[in-house]
Design a binder for this molecule. Structure first.
Ligand code: HEM
Length: 403
């Protein structure tokens, strides 16, 4: 049992030289106990849930809340504690969470996502054409990883082609580390105002897209236009940086595992690429920093009593490396490992709404990029790459590549 004096700090730094692995002390803590106390930035000591089974049990437990206003909720940082993230139903409990989630859920079912596959293929092919026609080396993050999810969300929402550049520029500003908080807020405001206008246009001239569906809810009096626009911003924010980081970091990881990259590049069977997507999601678990929750009632689990008001952090970055949940050595990358039950998309009622879309985008990307650019390689030293140690979502700020 960890004594008060020994309570470890969370999050902890990754090991120098191993930026693709979670911090080594997490592995020791997982071996030590399925849940234990950690100290976070504000001095509070929530439970860190280290093992896969307990993470899923608690994420699926209705006695656990996602709402940051409850005392004891372990905020990720001061800006999140002030409610600065503003990302709608991801921070709400049922029934309101379920009511809002249902309104935007239909485009994310497998069948609808599959209908978008040719659109995504064209977006990916066009961006690769542009990259090949441009200078090299180039930064894969700016030239490819960020534009792919941005253009896909444009297609899904129904953003007209003429506005793509405006949409992409402002989406990039929101996640750019070099802009001031004021510039970021201004970009977010411009997007919300733009989407609000677009909902009005879709009400006047309905089309087959998500903003039209949201417009119908506005007309039916179930949503205000402003709420419809903020849901669209939530989808953009939740799907943009995550998918972009999986594209860049996944590519970097495969470049570090050339045998497995060769298999992905030459695979005849789409299941090989789909398997690589699941394994990379598991192995990289880019939403590091844990799923944050607070207990609303006392909960007995794994011989521990979590008290009502105790904060909970489900550290999926180590849950996805739990030897009890994955075959073989979970600390190695193996694209043939059954990995689809990973928790990279979370678990329970908040499990990622966009997961089918994210999977399909990554399948198209990994299945196309290395085939079309078989000599793709890093244009700099691995050791000099700027990793997003400070980000809510893990990745690389830049990935210089050449071919
Ligand atoms: C590889 C890419 C992605 C990863 C790793 C990822 C990861 C996650 C995770 C871990 C959660 C759970 C948060 C929690 O339980 O607190 C989540 C929720 C969510 N994600 Fe994703 N996501 C990805 C892509 C997307 C995309 C493409 C979209 C939509 C366009 C999206 C929309 C959402 C939404 C709306 C939620 C909130 C769901 C809810 O609260 O009910 N995500 N995502």
């Amino acid at each position: 049992m960890t004594s008060t004096a020994q309570i470890p700090e969370y999050p902890m730094p990754r090991a120098a030289g191993c930026p693709l692995d979670p911090p080594p002390p997490l592995r020791d803590l997982q071996e030590e106990a399925p849940l234990l106390r950690v100290r976070i930035w504000d001095g509070s000591t929530p439970w860190l849930v280290t093992r896969y089974e307990e993470q899923r049990a608690l994420l699926g437990d209705p006695r656990v809340s996602s709402e940051p206003h409850h005392a004891g909720y372990p905020s990720q940082a001061a800006r999140a504690a002030k409610g600065g993230s503003g990302i709608g139903f991801i921070l709400m409990d049922d029934p309101e969470h379920a009511r809002l989630r249902k309104m935007v859920a239909s485009p994310f079912v497998v069948k609808r996502v599959e209908e978008l596959r040719p659109v995504v293929q064209k977006i990916v092919d066009d961006l690769i054409d542009e990259m090949l026609a441009g200078p090299k080396p180039t930064d894969l993050v700016q030239a490819f990883a960020l534009p792919v999810p941005s253009l896909v969300i444009c297609a899904l929402l129904g953003v007209p082609y003429a506005d793509h550049a405006f949409f992409q520029d402002n989406s990039k500003q929101i996640i750019n580390r070099d802009v001031t908080p004021e510039e970021r807020a201004a970009a977010s405001g411009r997007l919300a105002a733009y989407l609000d206008d677009l909902v009005a246009k879709k009400i006047a001239e309905p089309q087959d897209d998500l903003l039209t569906r949201l417009g119908e809810r506005v007309t039916a009096g179930e949503l205000t236009r402003r709420d419809a626009a903020s849901m669209a911003v939530l989808l953009l924010l939740a799907g943009h940086e995550t998918t972009a980081n999986m594209i860049a970091l996944g590519t970097l990881t495969l470049l570090r595992h050339p045998d497995q990259l060769a298999e992905v590049r030459t695979a005849e069977d789409p299941k090989v690429v789909a398997g690589a997507v699941e394994e990379l999601l598991r192995y990289l678990n880019i939403t590091h920093g844990g799923r944050r929750r607070v207990a609303l009632e006392d909960i007995e689990i794994a011989g521990v009593t979590i008290r009502a008001g105790d904060g909970l952090i489900m550290a999926n970055e180590i849950g996805n490396r739990d030897p009890a949940a994955f075959t073989g050595d979970p600390h190695t990358l193996d694209i043939h490992r059954p990995a689809r039950h990973h928790v990279a998309f979370g678990f329970g009622v908040h499990q990622c709404l966009g997961q089918n879309l994210a999977r399909m985008e990554l399948q198209v990307v990994y299945g196309t990029l290395y085939r079309r650019i078989p000599t793709l390689r890093l244009a700099t030293d691995f050791a000099t790459l700027p990793f997003k140690h400070d980000g809510f979502v893990y990745g690389v700020y830049e990935l210089p590549v050449t071919w």
